[in-house]
Design a protein around this ligand. Sequence first.
Ligand code: CS2
Ligand code: MG
Length: 413
Amino acid sequence: MKITAADVVVTSPGRNFVTLRITTEDGLTGLGDATLNGRELAVEAYLREHVAPLLLGRDAHAIEDTWQYLYRGAYWRRGPVTMAAVAAVDTALWDIKGKAAGMPVYQLLGGACRTGALAYGHASGRDIPELLDSVRAHLADGFRAVRIQSGIPGLDSVYGVAASAAGEGERYDYEPARRTRAAHPRPTEETWDTRAYLRHMPTVFEAVRHTFGPELPLLHDGHHRMTPIQAARLGKDLEPYDLFWLEDATPGEDQRALRLIREHTTTPLAIGEVFNSVHDYTTLLQERLIDYVRSAVTHTGGITAVRKLLDMAAVHGVKSGMHGPTDISPVGMAAALHLDLAVHNFGIQEYMRHAPETLEVFRTSYRFEDGLLHPGDAPGLGVELDDEAASRFPYEPAYLPVNRLRDGTVHDW
Ligand code: CS2
Ligand code: MG
């Protein structure tokens, strides 16, 4: 089944997305998510200039060979741009294979291991009362697990907390990459103070546990901002609140740093949303320094690569906890859900709800019911892209914020 076209669609319904559509001689089409928040046009160019021409005439069924061809054949391998482009091709080919077989992708991956994927939503608040209301809103929306992010006294803006009073339930989820119509767009800048954060978070979790009890799975995202010893302290301070996980406690590229955190705390650790290769995890997995793998299909080379990563994680007793923010498109979310259903070592699935205009462009089959996500049983991924709707939302430059400490030093955002 030869590939006859590979087209890149950049559209901005609610936020920027990059999508690859592959078409075969049989008229089948497949979609792949290539969205890299704040660097969308880099992936578009990589696909349009260096990948799409090489796909024409290739057999759409040859998924593994195409993956190896694009990974090893590029010579310059790994990295977020390359692996998002490879991911888009791989995902689109799985979509096509499912349509050709008349089966949802999870069936091609070995069938379902569960009835649905436990999802967690993003509860947040500028202060504790607003946070507690956001948890209530997520429970009312059917979530059975929530991530807790809070404002910090003395800081104007904090990762994961919307500046406005509108709760996520009304306004959908907090979108960090702010589009700008400025002539020369620049990232916004935020100020951070880790010691203020470390002082405040135990109070936040005390209030949440006191209000909602011991059972509700609570997650928290440290967003790469702590040193290993600071992360060890926070993990220990939060042990009484029995977190489901503490995410990105410290920048994950220093894999051995997790040894120090592990020595001090039993709070489960999740890491990897900024990784793009199984090679980013080798020490973390072999030494069981983490409990959950965060990589998304979109950023890590596609379904083929993430399946291998999760199988390696399974050997070491580590589970999945796939990244699912609004900057993973509905195509990328659907791909994750097919894997969530099919792998044995599933942990949890992040679910930031897309804005209504996003779902005008991406017609999805996945569903969220009773706290669980399911990809649906449409052949392939179960997502279609409406080109007419996509054309109504042109790309706008948008950058993630840059973080600085109070003395102006650039810090991880
Ligand atoms: C966050 C992301 O959802 C998360 O865990 O870390 O929202 C992250 O900030 C964005 O994906 C960055 O584009
Ligand atoms: Mg995160």
